[in-house]
Design a protein around this ligand. Structure first.
Ligand SMILES: Cc1ncc(COP(=O)(O)O)c(C=O)c1O
Length: 387
């Protein structure tokens, strides 16, 4: 009997696809060469890295694989994009526009520029669905603005931003546009040419690849100041011996998406809608967060009045989900994303993030809905009795 909880936390991380593992295995065993070495071992590793770079480039619609720089994940890519671009464009006194709902990696990178390089940062707000208004971005620009950073899809509420409309503002003014696409790339939603972005952060573990590997897409001609120097790897932009097995895995995971060899987003969206429908029907007062349609197919952020999401999850050990973003769970502070869309602190604490993925089945959804509604009713009852 399988006693492991149902995994509904795909926005925190995804399981490694078995096909990806098979591609990685030779590079974890016999193909251990350093891609910089001039002999056969090195050449085999270098070729594998070249193939993977092309696969990642194809996933995001990059014109050349030279536009992909491998990093340890989206956190590092965010830092390289924001700090690296800003310092190359203007070593001191510049201005950055970003949003209140970004991942902490973006906010932290901006803070570094404020603390050490005399930069200022303007945080643009969002509406109740978590959408940034392009006009607000335009209004926030100053003559010193060098970069605008707007995430593609939010990691808590799944809202997709209208990046092309933001690019319409930045491109004519010669301001670069960065997007944190860690959550959207796995759905095949990121096309850098179509969206007009200059820099995009990616993470393999959000798309059924391995952890500890990601990439920064850097549009040809965009200047970046390296943040980690040494042996000159990754065109001098990110020194360190490349993690070949992880890069191969990232490439393989990207290729499965490009080649349409994974569960269609429409199947996952239907499962999400079923779970959403059941919870809304069975739990009066429940409210779904995020944009009603411009939202990631697997995302369900739902506020269940009268309960503490953390209590609920503790009483439902059969479901592995999140109370907010994984990076902030465990912290007593309510999520900055949920408060940014207007939730009160208690509403934020009553919010559950269920994220559905490739391996989720229709039976899983019914089972999760049963467990969650039963426990939420019991908790609401306790709340009423003790009130
Ligand atoms: C939107 C977003 N940006 C950045 C990250 C960090 O990614 P990584 O774990 O690859 O550093 C995450 C992961 O939680 C994320 O969801």
């Amino acid at each position: 009997m399988n006693t492991r909880p149902l995994y509904l936390d795909h926005q925190a991380t995804t399981p490694l696809d078995e096909r990806v593992l098979q591609e990685m295995l030779p590079f974890l065993t016999c193909e251990y060469g350093n891609p910089s070495s001039p002999h056969m071992y090195g050449r085999i590793a270098a070729k594998a890295v070249r193939v993977a770079r092309r696969q990642v480039a194809d996933l995001v619609g990059a014109t050349s694989e030279r536009e992909i720089v491998f990093t340890s994940g989206a956190t590092e890519a965010d830092h390289l994009a924001i700090v690296g671009f800003a310092l190359a464009a203007r070593p001191t006194g510049g201005h950055i526009v970003t949003t209140v709902v970004e991942h902490k990696a973006v906010h932290a990178a901006c803070q570094r520029l404020v603390d050490h390089h005399g930069y200022s940062v303007t945080l643009v707000g969002v509406d109740r669905h978590g959408c940034v208004r392009p006009a607000d971005v335009a209004a926030a620009l100053s003559p010193n603005t060098v970069l605008v950073s707007v995430m593609h899809a939010n990691n808590e509420i799944g809202t997709l931003q209208r990046l092309a409309a933001v690019a319409d503002i930045t491109v004519p003014r010669g301001i670069a546009l960065h997007t944190d696409a860690a959550q959207s790339a796995g759905w095949g939603l990121l096309d850098v040419a179509e969206l007009g972005v200059d820099l995009a952060s990616l993470s393999a573990h959000k798309l059924h690849g391995p952890k500890g590997i990601g990439a920064l897409y850097i549009r040809e001609g965009t200047r970046i100041a390296a943040q980690q120097t040494g042996g000159g790897q990754e065109r001098g932009l990110r020194a360190g011996t490349p993690d070949v097995p992880a890069i191969v895995g990232f490439g393989a995971a990207a290729h499965l998406i490009t080649a349409d060899a994974v569960a269609a987003p429409s199947r996952i969206r239907a499962l999400r809608d079923r779970l959403q429908g059941r919870l809304l029907a069975d739990l009066p007062g429940a409210v779904v967060n995020g944009h009603p349609c411009r939202r990631l197919p697997g995302n369900l952020s739902i506020t269940l009045p009268g309960i503490e999401a953390a209590d609920l999850l503790e009483r439902v050990p059969g479901v592995a989900a999140s109370t907010g973003s994984a990076c902030t769970s465990g912290s007593a502070e309510p999520s900055h994303v949920l408060t940014a869309i207007g939730l009160t602190r208690s509403q934020a604490r009553a919010t559950l993030r269920l994220s559905i993925g490739r391996t989720t089945t229709a039976e899983d959804i019914e089972h999760a809905a049963d467990l969650i509604t039963r426990t939420a009713h019991a908790l609401q009852q306790t709340h009423v009795v003790s009130a």
